[in-house]
Design a protein around this ligand. Structure first.
Ligand code: KG4
Ligand code: ZN
Length: 340
């Protein structure tokens, strides 16, 4: 007997991307994202503008996700939405939309933790991408978070290290601001880093014990370095931009890999996955590949479109919870500081 096709609609609205995706039995049928350009002119996400843009985008984005998947809303088995963590005003738009649609269609509603979703994105069915076996270590590196998580099962996760101040994506974005680059600066620093000399300038790594991270000192070191150099040469940034980006990227990746090495040693786990916006970075991808040779790791890097915020990762968690019949009550509310 052929098994039934289970369609899950995922909705993501935790920060500045409004996204919707339909997956069928773990395969992505559509993955639609509306980026909010409005924040570029402010050099960072403005929460009030983000929630207003979500309100404008959510209906067309969901509509497009259904059309691209070639299904109607009556075909959906359940609706998964990001409950948190994230910006409260942004989360509320996705949460209330998901609740009303599930109520209207009389189908289950499934809450999803955004940080779990960055990790479980590895379980989206994709040809030529293998899924990590349990237990594995996941390093989630994004604009809001930097964590190392021991993943013993889909929903058995333990945070074993995290940033005590800025997230790694913030380190990229704030460095970019100092250098006069646009927002978010991560992708541009990455592009320029590939053209520069990573050892041109040296920035000291923070000395934080154990598996926690700190990035705020690096940002300050970069600021003082640039202030100092531009005093002598006002064109310093323009003349050295690729080398500066390469040196920043080299330092950041060094910090991430050092902690991963320690985590792998402490837990004796050699299956290592990354997730979150910064896992799109070419340098960290290469460093992980090198780790396979150097440290005997098996590494898992998500497909590019499932690294930055997206709704396919929300839908896959929805599917895994659907199989467990792990549904949310209709009273569920958004939670800005939701923990793994
Ligand atoms: O996961 P994400 O889309 O949103 C959050 O949940 O924060 O991550 C966004 C972050 C931004 O800080 C952005 O600069 C960074 O990911 N990012 C990158 C790259 N692509 C995105 N950082 C470094 N290199 C990249 N290629
Ligand atoms: Zn994210």
């Amino acid at each position: 007997m052929a098994s039934e096709n289970i369609y899950i609609l995922g909705i993501e609205s935790s920060c500045d991307d409004t996204a919707a995706s339909v997956i069928c039995n773990g395969h992505v049928l559509s993955n639609v994202i509306a980026n909010q350009k409005i924040h570029e002119e402010y050099g960072g996400v403005v929460p009030e503008l983000a929630s207003r843009a979500h309100q404008q985008n959510i209906v067309p984005v969901v509509d497009q996700a259904l059309k691209k998947a070639q299904i109607t809303k009556e075909d959906i088995h359940a609706i998964a939405f990001t409950r948190g963590p994230g910006l409260m005003g942004s989360l509320l738009v996705g949460t209330s939309f998901a609740k009303s649609l599930a109520f209207g269609l009389n189908i289950p509603l499934i809450e999803v933790n955004h940080m779990q979703a960055h990790i479980l994105a590895h379980f989206i069915n994709e040809e030529s991408y293998s899924k990590p076996p349990f237990p594995f270590l996941a390093m989630t590196i994004s604009g809001g978070h930097t964590q190392i998580v021991k993943v013993s099962d889909y929903f058995d996760m333990e945070v074993i290290g995290e940033t005590i101040d800025d997230a790694v994506g913030e380190a990229y974005d704030k460095s970019g601001k100092i250098l006069g680059l646009g927002y978010p600066a991560g992708p541009e620093i990455d592009k320029r880093a590939q053209l520069g000399n990573p050892k041109a300038f040296k920035f000291t790594k923070p000395k934080i014990e154990g598996l926690n991270f700190s990035f705020s000192g690096l940002k300050t070191a970069i600021l003082y370095f640039i202030q100092n150099e531009t005093k002598n040469n006002p064109n310093f940034i323009e003349e050295n931009i690729n080398d500066i980006c390469a040196s920043i990227q080299y330092t950041i990746i060094g910090i991430l890999i050092d902690k991963l090495k320690l985590a792998a040693k402490q837990t004796s786990i050699k299956h290592i996955a990354i997730g979150g916006g910064v896992s799109a970075n070419s340098g960290i991808r290469q460093a992980l590949k090198n780790g396979e040779q150097k440290f005997g790791w098996t590494t898992y890097v998500p497909k590019f479109e499932y690294t930055t915020d997206n709704a396919a990762m929300i839908a896959i968690v929805g599917y895994l919870k659907y199989l467990n019949k792990d549904f949310s009550k209709s009273e569920v509310t958004a939670s800005a500081r939701l923990k793994i």
